[in-house]
Design a protein around this ligand. Structure first.
Ligand code: BTN
Length: 320
């Protein structure tokens, strides 16, 4: 409802829209509209209310509020239920709790800031207030649990598309799912699963996109490793545009995978890969070796040719 009210106010930039018209078009009472306007003001919207003329939107806060998402989202299922937090330990933790409690597929958890943002391999994830898109999505795919790692590749392909489209930034993917620009990390993806032996209960895909973070805003230990879309594009970007594009592309790629299997995703991953054809160092599962990354197989494992043969890498850290 709040999304629809915002949409109406935005149809008439700078002008008043009468309370009567809003209430007629949305088929709710004028008192209900007034309560929604009051809630929007509490969220930081500057809305002028004039007794005769109606409501006028003067300024919207730069936040990923559910009403903003609702007003512009074009997906059918992904992102239709939004749990929004100004500050949260980790969106993945909250999404896992919602998933275990039976939330619908496509539920997202969005936070402006994470106090304990989590990365792969038990690392942290720098998630400052209103500077990035920090969100998690709950999927309930009818795949085998062994297929779960490929959902990570699916997410990387979708987010890469979204970044190219919404930010015009030519990014690439480092195995399995880091999105890089200029050799530095723009996006991290953390996939977690709950499953039985033969069926997935749910998958939580947590996505962190560095959007408007200046080079000096990163902690010193990250400065040589991390970058942001605003650095890459040379201008600030709308976090909402990036989130909406990510949800739209995720829905498209997920739908395609449900219909056609993982082959198209794996092909697109190969085309966007920064890892294939490169010399790599692999650390993981108690092993450490070097070689050349030659391909990914049908399970999404990285195939690395070494002096002694071809190694299959399903988990771990690969540096290029
Ligand atoms: C990595 O590259 O190590 C993965 C980073 C994943 C970060 C995102 S931000 C949203 C979601 N919540 C978390 O705690 N982590 C993921």
């Amino acid at each position: 409802m709040r999304g629809e009210i915002l949409q109406m106010l935005r149809e008439e930039p700078g002008s008043y829209v009468s309370g009567e018209e809003v209430s007629r078009r949305l088929a709710v009472s004028r008192t209900a509209i007034w309560k929604h306007i009051r809630a929007l003001k509490q969220d930081g919207y500057d809305i002028e209310a004039h007794p005769r003329l109606g409501y006028r939107l003067c300024r919207a806060p730069d936040l990923l509020l559910p009403a903003e998402i609702e007003a512009r989202l074009t997906t059918r299922r992904l992102g239709r239920a939004v749990a929004y937090f100004r500050r949260l330990e980790s969106t993945n933790n909250e999404a896992k709790a919602l998933a275990a409690a039976g939330c619908p597929e496509g539920q997202i958890v969005v936070a402006e800031e994470q106090s304990v943002g989590r990365g792969r391999l038990a690392r942290g994830w720098f998630s400052p207030f209103a500077r990035g898109v920090w969100f998690s999505i709950v999927l309930r795919p009818p795949f085998n649990p062994q297929d779960a790692p490929k959902c990570t590749l699916l997410a990387a392909v979708a987010v890469c598309r979204a970044i190219r489209r919404a930010a015009g930034v030519d990014c690439g993917i480092k195995w399995p799912n880091d999105i890089l620009f200029d050799g530095k990390k723009l996006v991290g993806i953390l996939t977690e699963m709950s499953a039985e032996m033969d069926a997935i209960n749910h998958i939580v895909i947590g996505i962190g996109i560095n959007v408007n973070i200046g080079a000096d805003d990163f902690p010193p230990e990250l400065r040589s490793l991390a970058t942001s879309l605003s650095i890459a594009a040379g201008r600030p970007l709308s976090r909402l545009d990036i989130l909406l594009a990510a949800l739209e592309e995720l829905e498209q790629v997920y739908g395609q995978t449900l219909d056609q299997g993982f082959a198209p995703v794996l092909d697109e991953w190969r085309r966007g890969s920064l890892t294939l054809g490169r010399a790599v160092d692999v650390i993981g599962s108690g092993r450490r070796f070097s070689g050349v990354a030659v391909d990914i197989d049908a399970d999404g494992a990285l195939l690395v040719r070494t002096d002694t043969g071809t190694e299959r890498v399903l988990a771990g850290d690969v540096s290029i």
